[in-house]
Design a binder for this molecule. Sequence first.
Ligand code: XLS
Ligand code: NI
Ligand code: NI
Length: 436
Amino acid sequence: MKTYNDVKKVVYAKGSKDPFTYKFYDPDEVILGKPMREHLKFALSYWHTIDAEGVDMFGSATMDKSFGLKDDPMAMFRKKADFAFELMDKLQIDYYCFHDVDIAPEGATVAESIKNFNEMVDYIAVLQKKHGKKLLWNTANNFGDKKFMAGAATSPNADVFAVAAAKVKAGIDAAIKLGADGYVFWGGREGYDTLLNTDMALELDNLGRFMQMSRDYARAKGFKGAFYLEPKPKEPTKHQYDFDAATCMNFIRTYGLEGDFKLNIEANHATLAGHTFQHELRVATVNGGFGSIDANQGDYLLGWDTDQFPTNVYETMMCMYEVLKAGGFTTGGLNFDAKTRRQSNTVEDILLAYIAGMDAFALGLRLAVKLIEDGRIDEFVKDRYASYSSGIGKKIVEGKTNLQELSDYAMGLGEIKVDSGRQEYLEAVINEIMFE
Ligand code: XLS
Ligand code: NI
Ligand code: NI
């Protein structure tokens, strides 16, 4: 097999047996009037790809991403940044995402950490321009350090709230400087481990206040991008306040964040919440919250966020079906919030993992287009609700009837027959579309 250095650029080569080529992703191929790269808007996740070294609860690192520069943290993070942009070039990935602590070393104080961060943002701004890349979104890691053990905006300690605010302010300043399309709030430790020590009402209101202040600051400074909440039901806390898409939409409305805040839906978080990935996307869309996606997959037998690279084509197809139905990405994209397995510990594995994930989504896009062009599924759904396009159904939908009229109407009805849902037939149609 080729080595990392042998691979100059991963290109589309249908049917090739070279593992370092795309078999389905042809970045500039136009599909439904748009190049694939614009449909898919792939992003590299800094934390998994550039930083994570395979540590798990039972074992230490299996990969070394320090470039031999552990003794000089700033030099190490510059090297990491160089590597990140080189990798994006090789893979033809146009976007990236990061947390503050992913791109710069933490200092002894908050002020020192933010100074390091700002220095690295300037460094990355140069690289970004040189390589022609864009920041899909950034965020603050307000969960890793011990001061965040009881949450950030939902911490019982107001000083922690203030530190979290300082980090988000620095993040928003960076988003503006780097021209980010979005800014993410994933819950981190915003949740609880036991209600015995928790004032839920205060915590939720504080979380709402935190989002409002962040939005107000960002808009006042001219940030035009989208804000996203990223739902997750549990882990690290027993209960995360951003449980799922429906909970997040309710939060957005309760605290008056509509219009500014949308959702960043992660596949693995959906399944942890007991939903399908497609369900979460659908809930986001029907509530006006479709924004961006953290592309990964979980393991149905494991109860945690395994953050695997997505290879399940059924899932990527249904995801891209939802994305196309939602009108495609605007500010959002597909961020690979995914890491190579602990045993896939070579630099070549990073390339292979992205190739697998990008090809799975390219295939998903191609199949979703086929599904829409085939029309049988959409047609079936449309016909299933035909009773609402005329007569009493039309009156219901248009708000032109009332309980009295409906009751009078119902009294005149004989036996009612509800048509078959045809689930098995529809599932067979999907298989035909995937495999014919
Ligand atoms: C963790 C989250 C996290 C967010 C960014 O489960 O997915 O990685 O995407 O903070
Ligand atoms: Ni995520
Ligand atoms: Ni996650």
